[in-house]
Design a protein around this ligand. Structure first.
Ligand code: COA
Length: 263
């Protein structure tokens, strides 16, 4: 049981799509230390739970996905505790990015500061039309500390990340889509259905191939192309040794739908 999270282990009825909801709607789903500790505990379980293939992350209510860190907690930080606070938060978001299976953010409202950063740590982002994204830390005299200076620039480019981080301005969902920050924008009422459909589509594929794709893209994103291609060839070869690969290619040749078993 979690005091700040809702956990649905099986939105698909087969324990393969799990949904995590940050559940502090009266507090804009702010990330305080309890939320961060609970996210760490839950995502560690999800990493080890082999039955779960896709995770959806969202916020409660229709106003906020996650409006950031709790400024009351931030206010008490000093140089040393601030560094530890940042490192601890980075560890939780790295866990999400390196979960080994896709995590899709369903961004249902404000995604500010740590809220934008947790969405960035997910592998894909789908936003509702009312969603707003921002890194307003400069307004508080700090910089993004949960990976935002790194992931935002890598995702949308240095110039756009500079603008968002230096002005602290929010951007709307359409601009976020134009920037490549989100994969899709849909009406609020269709958000979870759209993300579940995306998750279901991923479930219909060979899960070893899905996991190896996540692993390869994550691991090689920072490498030069030659080194990245070596890594890609390793994991491509690994996939070729699986039953899923034989089934996928045979099914195509036999003009039937593949039945992947994750083996
Ligand atoms: N930490 C602590 N309290 C916060 C907060 C945060 N990050 N964000 C909002 N709140 C509080 C507000 O102080 C307000 O408290 P009150 O009801 O006791 O007055 C309450 O949440 C509602 O916020 P309010 O500003 O009245 O709502 P709004 O709809 O006008 O604006 C936001 C919503 C999210 C745009 C606005 O609250 C905001 O900009 N928050 C700061 C976000 C931020 O800087 N996040 C990054 C932190 S690193």
């Amino acid at each position: 049981m979690y005091s700040t999270l809702l956990f649905d282990p099986s939105t698909d009825g087969n324990n393969r799509i799990a949904k995590v909801t940050v559940n502090r709607p009266d507090k804009l789903n702010l990330l305080n230390s309890t939320v961060m500790n609970e996210l760490k505990e839950l995502f560690e379980k999800l990493k080890d739970d082999d039955s779960v293939d896709v995770v959806i992350l969202t916020g409660s209510g229709e106003k906020a996905f996650v409006a950031g860190a709790d400024i009351k907690e931030l206010n008490a930080l000093e140089a040393k505790s601030g560094k530890d606070f940042s490192a601890k938060g980075q560890e939780v978001f790295n866990l999400i990015e390196n979960l080994g299976k896709p995590v899709i953010a369903a961004v249902n409202g404000f995604a500010l500061g740590g809220g934008c950063e947790i969405a960035l740590a997910c592998h894909m982002r789908v936003a509702s039309e009312n969603a707003k994204f921002g890194q307003p830390e400069v307004n508080l005299g700090i910089i993004p500390g949960y990976g935002g200076t790194q992931r935002l620039a890598r995702l949308i480019g240095k110039g756009r990340a500079m603008e968002m981080i230096l002005t602290g301005d929010m951007i709307d969902a359409k601009t976020a889509y134009d920037f490549g920050l989100v994969n899709k924008v849909v009406p609020q009422a269709e958000l979870i259905k759209t993300v579940e459909e995306l998750a279901t589509k991923i479930l219909s594929k060979g899960q070893i191939a899905v996991r190896m794709s996540v692993k390869t893209i994550n691991a090689t994103h920072e490498m030069g192309q030659a080194e990245g291609q070596k890594y890609e060839a390793e994991l491509f070869g690994y996939c070729c040794g699986t039953k899923d690969f034989k089934e996928g290619t045979t099914a195509f040749l036999e003009k039937r739908k593949a039945e992947f078993k994750g083996e």
